[in-house]
Design a protein around this ligand. Structure first.
Ligand code: GLN
Length: 475
């Protein structure tokens, strides 16, 4: 059994003292990948390439030229482009497609000597919260193989959970980094909208999509964010704000903070009893430590999920128009002319959930319904954002569970998709408001399934969020 390292600094000291080489490290992960193949976490493993890079890194270590992320072996979600490598968004429609350029974040990670060991399974086009919409099948939770991994970055989370790589990169549109991290006992960070480049990330809903790390420690989350964040001429939504040195500035918060928690999380019948008691325990610990912890009620709570799904599907229907059987990947062999190429390729290439969303998104954007749904949802989004910002003027953090229930049985959402949508209730607020949020592991339930709590803070408050998370995790 390969050793679990809780942070890159542990790996680095092992490398420096000569206890292990990068090649051995990569071999260990490759063994774990083989041993855990049944979890279905990877769509493809770049074994030879990872070993070659590892050997080069062992040399750079000796010469003292290794980058910040040397020794960090990562998995990337299969919607992140890496030049010369296949990328599928776990969809049949991208079958056989190879990235012709690398995403900015991949370039930045490689420039600091991270090793990318493979591309991780995910929900098709990142649409889902259980990883069950993947064309390549569901990812199983390592804590209980009958349970889902969470999603949409389920493969990324399980790859780290089962020690198949040290950390992973996911994308979070409405919770896809935070929720699988919570189902797998890990840290999952969604940065502020506009902090990390999406150039070279397969778009789902562009006004929400963000890239974020899934890690075992806050230190690693800080380091990965620091490397990935910052202006990029290829993504005009990015802020020009300088990137803080999150990892070197990382310091466990010592002062007393004002924390608001969502009252409904403790009273709503839809929230699992053990999640409620987990939240209560942390509220008590924080209060006992001298923080001001206040229950608040979020008046727009009932509108969070509907507003998110109207806007996300509208944007998805537009973003996914480009998969037409002509430009990318899969083309139906039954096509006879241009129209049947579009129709048959899309009908055969997209899965059920993606089709459902394209249709819903097209509907809410259609001339007769635009005002009633899309325009209305935009207004609701504005209210949600303003209300969230005003809470965060008064409080340093908002504390909510990451999900209303722990990882569910594989197959459950298939029977009732609305159950799946409602499960996003606690993650979409940060996405709609564009604020940063982190899911932190807060122990297991009585069945051994990991639970997580989430902290939200102000736009570009990542440093504070990380510092407080470091404190929170030792409570
Ligand atoms: N579960 C949400 C959805 O299906 C969020 C997915 C995501 O963040 N990519 O849209």
């Amino acid at each position: 059994m390969a050793k679990f390292y809780s942070s890159l600094s542990e790996i680095k000291s092992e490398l420096q003292s000569g206890n292990i080489t990068v090649v051995e490290l990569v071999k260990n992960y490759l063994d774990q990948i083989q041993l855990n193949a049944h979890l279905n976490a990877f769509n493809e493993v770049f074994a030879d390439e990872a070993l070659t890079r590892a050997a080069q890194l062992d040399d750079s270590f000796k010469q003292g030229t290794a980058g910040k992320l040397a020794g960090m072996v990562i998995g990337i979600k299969d919607n992140i482009c890496y030049k010369g490598h296949k990328v599928s968004a776990s969809s049949k429609i991208l079958d056989g497609f190879t990235s012709i350029y690398s995403s900015t974040i991949v370039e930045r990670l490689l420039a600091e000597d991270a090793i990318i060991i493979g591309r991780c399974n995910c929900d098709e086009f990142a649409m889902g919260a259980t990883n069950e919409s993947s064309h390549y099948g569901p990812v199983k939770n390592h804590a209980d193989n009958s349970k889902v991994s969470g999603g949409s970055s389920g493969g990324s989370a399980v790859a780290v959970q089962a020690n198949m790589c040290h950390a992973a990169i996911g994308t979070d549109t409405g919770g896809s980094v935070r929720q699988p991290a919570s189902f797998c006992g890990l840290v999952g960070l969604k940065p502020t909208y506009g902090r990390v480049s999406r150039h070279g990330i397969i778009a789902y809903a562009s006004s929400f999509d963000q890239v974020g790390p899934i890690t075992r420690s806050i230190e690693d989350a800080a380091l990965l964010l620091e490397v990935m964040a910052g202006a990029d001429e290829y993504d005009s939504t990015l802020s020009q704000k300088p990137v803080e040195n999150y990892s070197t500035n990382l310091q466990q918060t010592t002062g007393k903070k004002k924390i608001a928690y969502l009252q409904e999380a403790l009273t709503s019948p839809g929230v699992d009893a053990e999640i409620k008691s987990n939240l209560t325990q942390y509220i008590e610990k924080l209060s006992a430590d001298g923080h001001t912890v206040t229950p608040i009620s979020f008046e727009h709570l009932d509108y969070l999920v509907p507003a998110y799904y109207i806007l996300a599907t509208a944007e998805a229907s537009s973003n996914l128009a480009r998969y037409d059987g002509v430009h990318y990947g899969y083309r139906s062999t039954a096509a006879t002319d241009l129209l049947t190429t579009y129709k048959k390729s899309r009908s055969e290439g997209f899965g059920k959930e993606v089709k459902r969303r394209i249709m819903l998104g097209t509907f809410v954007l259609s001339a007769g319904y635009y005002d009633a749904y899309y325009a209305k949802a935009q207004k609701v989004r504005r209210l949600i954002r303003e209300k969230t910002e005003s809470i965060l003027q008064e409080y340093d953090f908002i504390l909510v569970p990451s999900a209303p229930e722990p990882a569910s049985e594989i197959g459950r959402v298939e029977k009732d998709p609305v159950v799946g949508y409602m499960a996003d209730i606690f993650t979409v607020q940060a996405s709609l408001a564009g604020v940063p949020a982190v899911s932190l592991p807060t122990g297991n339930n009585s069945k051994g399934l990991p639970l997580g709590l989430q902290l939200l803070t102000k736009h570009f408050g990542e440093q504070e969020l990380l510092n407080f998370s470091k404190y929170f995790l030792q409570l």
